[in-house]
Design a protein around this ligand. Structure first.
Ligand code: PGA
Length: 254
């Protein structure tokens, strides 16, 4: 995937099936009526809402993503879904390694690497999330933490596979807290991630990689974040549950 400006909504464990359909319908209408830019929209509803979301989004240009997948194709993995199952209901993107999955479900860079591989093998684009905790920011180990998350999670991919990756930098201390990283804090890490990719693959591949910022992005702080040269858009949690805010955030992404 060449570098794109993306605004993605991670709905987490929110919205019933009916509420999800209503929100998608609302977003769809606003995108049709108001969206003038080149940016790409992606929504990540719950698993339950994916098949109907896929139908509602057909022909709109809005991408559909799942919040997680398993790395195996099928088998005795109670409660899980595979990338190929997701693909078959029209999913195009999958979040891998969101900090809530790392924190509450024991995901590691190693399991994330397996999920990314499987997602790509089945034709999905992996939106791979990285970010440091507050204590890692305070003890200044965050460059090392991010370097490990990126290299262990992604650098087993070959160049062709890597083209199916979007990276999201989400400092854990900024998620759902109302404390967003300052534009300079975010830009510093985004530039660092791009350098890691250039070093591993090439300058050209690094320049082609979309790197999103996530963590308390709102309509009133999106503009200053999205002006940074290495920030290609946002992964939005809370504010993506309101169509108006989600679209207003996208408008900051010119
Ligand atoms: P937030 O969540 O925008 O509510 O901080 C972002 C995320 O977790 O992806």
């Amino acid at each position: 995937m060449s570098r794109k400006r993306i605004v993605a909504g991670n709905w987490k464990m929110n919205k019933s099936l009916e509420e999800s359909q209503a929100l998608i319908t609302e977003i769809r209408g606003m995108v049709r009526d108001e969206h003038r830019g080149q940016s790409k929209f992606i929504v990540f509803p719950t698993f339950l809402a994916l098949p109907s979301a896929s139908r509602l989004l057909e022909g709109t240009g809005i991408g559909l993503g799942a919040q997680n997948c398993h790395w195996e194709e099928s088998g005795a993995y109670t409660g899980e879904l595979s990338a190929s199952m997701l693909r078959k209901v029209g999913v195009e993107y999958v979040l891998v390694g969101h900090s809530e999955r790392r924190q509450y479900f024991g995901e590691t860079n190693t399991t994330c690497a397996q999920k990314v591989k499987s997602a790509i093998r089945h034709g999905l684009t992996a939106v791979y999330c990285v970010g440091e905790t507050l204590s890692q920011r305070e003890d200044k180990s965050y460059f090392k933490v991010i370097e490990e998350q990126i290299s262990e999670g992604l650098f087993g991919l070959d160049r062709k596979e890597f083209a199916q990756v979007v990276i999201a930098y989400e400092p854990v201390w900024a998620i759902g807290t109302g404390l967003n990283a300052s534009p300079s804090q975010a830009e510093e890490i985004h530039a660092y991630i791009r350098r890691l990719v250039a070093h591993q693959y090439s300058e050209e591949i690094a320049a082609d990689t979309s790197i999103l910022y996530g963590g308390s992005v709102k309509p009133d702080n999106a503009n200053e974040l999205f002006m940074c040269p290495n920030i290609d858009g946002g992964l939005i949690g809370g504010a993506s549950l309101k169509a108006r805010d989600f679209i207003d955030i996208a408008k900051a992404l010119r």
